[in-house]
Write a protein that binds this ligand. Structure first.
Ligand SMILES: NC(=O)c1ccc[n+]([C@@H]2O[C@H](COP(=O)([O-])OP(=O)(O)OC[C@H]3O[C@@H](n4cnc5c(N)ncnc54)[C@H](OP(=O)(O)O)[C@@H]3O)[C@@H](O)[C@H]2O)c1
Length: 324
């Protein structure tokens, strides 16, 4: 499949590497705001056509568009690509407000056969399935899920710059950037919570540097801890009676251990490129026109972003592209 990409940062290079390694994708078009940036990306990856005009990029013969722009642009770029008849793989978070789901759904309805996937890479990690299967077969009494990494962009923020990921202009902050991994895990493993609240630590910019969420389920509660202004070494855990399923973080999933009287290692091997599993899944679904697979992932994404909306609605975090 001919691949077009929007956004030229390191994550796009990692995606292109994973995609081309499957043998199912060929980089064909690179969109950037600046021609020199597109040319530099092409020079360091694979031959492709550079575009600085979005309409021309979307009118090209690419079949799949990967979107890795700032969060606040994801929804409108997804709609534009679907309306151009392109399959879309859009980085997390696919939307920054749940109301944006309707616009993507309308575009999908107008273009049946066009697939939209959110690049929630951990969902396709083999260890994600290990934990999902454990949760489905054990009576849970709770869980704690943590993902907090000190962002290199936080140094820029502290230096008085306005990096996208710490700005309400583009839907930044810890919940949107890393919390979304935790919400994906909770919804995929435990279902949709009956209640969701978020207690953020707000930065002067108006977005959250870190925060704690509580998701309520009928039989137990789940705590989520997300942060971009510090590094956490906390393990994440599912509790069932005297047993604990322990793993590094839903966003990494390098090690999964069942802790009982003695620890049992449950970790499954995986590819060194953390995007390898998702790109293989998306290629298979698109090429076999597996509408059931796409519908299942779309349904999960909708549930996740509905919960994300509830979490943010419990805070004073407002983004530039929020509805009035
Ligand atoms: N799955 C993962 O593991 C993972 C890891 C990192 C990031 N991500 C996701 O990838 C996305 C991009 O993250 P990032 O850190 O690379 O973001 P970023 O550096 O803020 O922006 C990404 C790209 O968007 C373009 N861009 C930057 N500012 C823009 C602006 N003001 N208006 C329009 N375009 C702009 C730039 O490309 P040009 O200069 O070429 O136009 C840039 O390379 C985010 O949604 C993030 O959540 C995912």
């Amino acid at each position: 499949m001919k691949l077009g990409i929007i956004g030229t940062n390191w994550i796009t290079a990692q995606f292109v590497e994973a995609a081309t390694a499957t043998g199912q994708y060929t980089l064909a078009a690179v969109y950037s705001r600046r021609a020199a940036t597109a040319e530099a990306f092409i020079a360091s990856t694979a031959p492709a056509t550079a575009y600085t005009d979005m309409a021309a990029f979307l009118a090209s013969d690419v079949e799949v568009v990967y979107i890795a722009s700032p969060n606040g642009l994801h929804a409108e770029q997804t709609v534009a690509a679907v309306n151009a008849g392109k399959h879309v793989i859009v980085e997390k978070p696919m939307v920054t407000h749940p109301s944006q789901l309707a616009a993507i759904e309308a575009a999908k309805a107008a273009h049946p056969g066009v697939f939209v996937f959110e690049a929630a890479r951990h969902v396709y990690d083999p260890n994600f399935a290990v934990i999902r299967d454990f949760a489905a077969t054990h009576p849970l009494s709770g869980a704690t899920l943590a993902y907090a990494k000190y962002s290199s962009r936080y140094d820029d923020y502290l230096a008085g710059k306005d990096p996208n990921i710490f700005s309400p202009r583009f839907g930044g902050g810890a919940l949107m950037d890393l919390g979304v991994y935790l919400v994906y895990a909770a919804v995929a493993w435990f279902g949709v919570p009956t209640h969701a609240v978020y207690l953020p630590h707000l930065l002067a910019s108006g977005v959250d540097g870190d925060g704690v969420a509580r998701l309520t389920y009928p039989e137990f509660d789940v705590t989520l801890i997300a942060g971009k202004a510090y590094n956490s070494q906390l393990v994440s855990e599912l509790y069932t009676g005297r047993q604990t399923l322990s793993f590094d973080s839903p966003g990494e999933l390098n090690r999964v251990t069942l802790v009982d009287d003695t620890p049992h290692e449950l970790t499954r091997p995986k590819d060194a490129n953390p995007m390898a599993d998702e790109v293989a899944f998306f290629a298979e679904a698109i090429q076999t026109h597996d509408t059931a697979a796409e519908a299942a992932q779309w349904a999960l994404a909708k549930q996740v972003h509905t919960v994300m909306g509830q979490l943010r609605a419990s805070t004073a975090i407002h983004f530039a592209n929020d509805p009035e």
